[in-house]
Design a protein around this ligand. Structure first.
Ligand code: FAQ
Length: 324
């Protein structure tokens, strides 16, 4: 039997699989042109797309405050942060495109509710203190989750993460600095900060995903080197990092079970409301409908820009062909 150029010779799949496994075991990067198992590709498309969508939808809760930021300085900082988030979304869509899926298709999946984005962005930002708390807690959780992903096995995703993490770290500091200033202010400002912390603490813990025992993807993703740590391990790391920061800030974290455990050398903490998490992830959170509707409206409003850019690119290509 002969084989065509497209067909792999017998045994080739096992050889490719062995090569892939060896690269992952040696912590080498898998690159877009390398052979990869279909499940690996699909898992990455799901995770990277969900991550990209989160950055883009994540522009909304803070973006709501750009027009009413309390000073020119705060407005400039917030504008820069929200623009960074757009940039993160674009790096991540570009990383997903190297897996053979178009950004336009991923956007369709998002606005049709076929793909998820982070649960955290389905909560409202009610006061300006929320801007600080999103920077401190939400970006703080994002950093805990994403620093290990700089070592994820898929090259384009890992490289995007390096740049994103640098910017997230600035984001977290700006949030903490804003809260420090508010805590030095009036009684009313301190109460605003505490109220925002009370509302965002538990949703921030949910960002890390379901408990390991209920996480269908973790085991396989760890084996493929897509994930480096489990959801629970990262949640614990976040709590241990954040409690001393809360003390320094002078706020109380809304968890009566939070206590230092001498034996484990970590903080014990309470269980998030996983029923609420399920509701939010399946589309029934406080702001799901509004977030997706706004993204859809922005996409429809931008149709003429995409059409014009495509027409321009085509014209440019045609004139180059004529000149050649
Ligand atoms: N929200 O089996 P697992 C940011 C889904 S970026 C919604 O544990 P996995 C920056 C999960 O997709 C924030 N869905 O899943 C910023 C899966 O769905 P399926 C985003 C969630 O993938 C800051 C199902 O549940 N970061 O914040 C969530 O192994 C400030 C089962 O879960 C990333 O995306 C959730 N929280 O682990 C921007 C980081 N958790 O299978 C603006 C990269 C789980 O039904 C302002 N992603 N699900 O389709 C990851 O590390 C992982 O995907 C996890 C979930 C850890 C999120």
């Amino acid at each position: 039997m002969t084989t065509t150029a497209q067909e792999a010779p017998p045994g080739a799949d096992q050889a490719r699989q062995a090569d892939f496994d060896a690269k992952v075991a040696a912590n080498q990067r898998i690159e877009p042109r390398d052979w990869m198992p279909e499940g690996y590709r699909k898992t990455l498309v799901r995770q990277v797309a969900q991550h990209a969508h989160s950055e883009i939808i994540g522009m909304q809760p803070e973006g709501d405050w750009i027009a009413s930021a309390p000073s020119l300085r705060r407005k400039a900082i917030l504008l820069a942060k929200v623009q960074d988030e757009a940039g993160h979304g674009l790096y991540l869509y570009a990383a997903a495109e190297t897996l053979g899926i178009d950004r336009a298709e991923l956007t369709e999946r998002l606005i049709e509710g076929r793909q998820k984005y982070s649960s955290i962005f389905n909560y409202p930002s009610l006061t300006y203190a929320d801007v600080g708390v999103i920077g401190w807690l939400v970006d703080g959780a994002a950093i805990c989750n994403q620093v290990p992903l700089c070592r994820t096995s898929f090259g384009p995703y890992a490289r995007a993460m390096v740049r994103i993490c640098k910017e997230e770290s600035f984001h977290q500091r700006q949030g903490y600095e804003l809260l420090m200033r508010m805590m030095e202010g009036t009684e009313g400002q301190r109460a605003m900060v505490q109220d925002a912390v009370d509302r965002w603490w538990w949703p921030s813990l949910m960002m890390f995903g379901p408990p390991d025992a209920d996480s269908p993807n973790t085991q396989q993703s760890l084996e493929w080197g897509i994930k480096i740590d489990t959801n629970d391990a990262l949640r614990q790391k976040f709590v241990d990092m954040t409690v001393p920061q809360a003390d320094k800030l002078g706020v109380t974290l809304p968890d009566s079970e939070l206590a230092w455990n001498e034996q484990s050398g970590q903080y014990d903490f309470g269980e998030p409301d996983w029923n609420e998490f399920k509701q939010v992830v399946t589309g029934s959170g406080p702001r799901n409908a509004e977030r997706v509707a706004r993204r859809r409206a922005a996409h429809e409003k931008g149709a003429w820009v995409r059409e014009a850019a495509t027409a321009y690119a085509k014209k440019h290509q045609n004139s180059q062909e004529v000149a050649a």
